[in-house]
Write a protein that binds this ligand. Sequence first.
Ligand code: PRX
Length: 658
Amino acid sequence: MAKTFREASATNVSDSIKSVLHEERVFNPSDEFSEEARISSLRRYKTLRRLAEKDPEKFWGNIAADLHWFTPWKKLLSWRAPHAKWFTGGKTNLSYNCLDRHLNSWKKTKAAIIWEGEPGDVRTLTYQQLHSEVCKFANGLESLGVKKGDTVGIYMGMVPEAAIAMLACTRIGAVHNVVFGGFSAEALRERMNDSNAKVLITQDGSYRRGGIVELKKAADEAAKKIPTLEHMIVLKRTDNEVMMKRKRDHWWNDLMLNASANHGAARLNSEHPLYILYTSGSTGKPKGIFHTTAGNMLWAYYTTRMVFDIQDDDVYWCSADIGWVTGHSYVVYGPLLNGATTLMYEGAPNWPEPDRFWEVIERHKVSIFYTAPTAIRAFMRWGDEHPQKHDLSSLRLLGTVGEPINPKAWMWYHRLIGGKNCPIVDTWWQTETGGIMISPLPGVTPTKPGSATLPLPGIQADVVRKDGTSCNPDEGGYLVIKHPWPSMLRTLFGDDKRYKETYWSNYKGWYFTGDGARKDKDGYFWVMGRVDDVVNVSGHRLGTAEIESSLVSHRAVVESAVVARPDEIKGNALVAFVTLGSKMKPSAALKETLRSHVGREIGSIAKPDEIRFAEALPKTRSGKIMRRLLREIASTGQVSGDITTLEDFSVLEELREE
Ligand code: PRX
């Protein structure tokens, strides 16, 4: 990205994708697992698929009937591509369905959340207790003037209060915008401003690897330039000293002190805004993925039930952070909608020792564990002795999400963690889809290491060529969804044009995922990764343009291009090619300065692993940086593809020599 030029094109679909992975192993669910599973035969799965296609009213109606509606919905779907409305005429409330619905049964005293802090403190909140806390906090928010439709920012670590805050927002009908606690003040500010946040909820600090992440300090820094912000609510967690601004800032506990433990759930229209969650796209500015109430609720409920086969006595642990979509749908909403017990853990997987996760599983007798391939690869590297020290026999089901899982990691997970006994659900989905789209059903689907297998009933996925025709078996192409689904994003907040361009301009009426994939002869989906300028690092989606624009904002830099090269642990590592201003001298110190600069602007996850200074970047005659060449140079040191469109060949020679 050059200083004066920001590329803002729709996602590029190039001509062909080659798949190189071949995997023949197949694992069937054990009879023991299948017999107890909610869906236990392939016939039933096929019946559901057919029902969803032939009689959608009945299919979706059956699922919706499990949930509470203040007013029943009238129309299932209004679809004027690319805008969908689901369950119109209906009134419901997500917080009510997560909490109140369970209070008339034995679940009232069941653990809703089991939480373990990094220092080892443990808390359990029953459904009754969680309900009271949520009501009190909803009253607290209202006492600060929060109303239906207002945006509330949440910038917290993994503490139960983060879930309480989310549920309190949905109880009122306020729209939450959760920002990952690892993001910088600058990233927080941008997301708060883009969503017009009125209140920001944070904590003094959060524990991470024995240290303290000073969230309030970053929130203060951000708040200097958030004109819409009226109040901040601060949870005391780490007791580090913080600045409290009079009138603006309030301690969480003070707000809760005299608040009533009753608060009615607002009767919200099905399409009432539920949350905005920012994610990276192929241009510099993060995208505000905008989700609405009923569809998201229904899909979180249904997919948790089907994919995790969640039962009353399960202890379910999704290790994702609340700042990502997985934390929304599968730490908080999905499990609570099902009246399940969800475990939250505050800290890092390798603190104080690399066996912390296995210790947590043993201590709380976790039965379902859902994590990311990048974590699995790190566990592999840390050594088999860590899981082997622990009794993991409570586990009955494993899941992965966030990026393609390489078969070697899949096999390790299967053997070392699952004891060869647990089905693995490899779930493909995105922030935009709101919930799981392609995944095995654990009691039914034979799994193949590395494949997310088949679309869930109700989801019409396909792999197509550039011209929209379906690919042949094993032919690489583009992953599309051909029919709207209830939890799909409704738009990009404040930017419907970009919504249309990014997702709906490549194929008329179909949602383009941005992923390359192939289907094998059994119809199994093998997702190969992004085809646009978005990279997946440690299971987190980063837009290379975002990092480039951060680099060029440094005074030493004139131009930069960020690409990914394969990395054993992180999936991808980031390599930044940087052209310096004429008066600047390349040095190791400058590389470090630039890395820290990106860390400050976006967050540590976006820091390039490697910075390479280049006199110039390879460009086409029309001035576009040829990232394909940079990717090749970063991964192999060589360029083998076509370079006929390159403007200046000497550039390439210099890069090779570097
Ligand atoms: O490229 C796909 C990859 O992660 C992208 C979505 O990232 P994000 O919106 O951050 O959501 C992550 C959690 C849902 C997808 O476009 N991805 C996600 N899950 C898988 C995957 N790639 C392959 N297999 C998966 N199971």
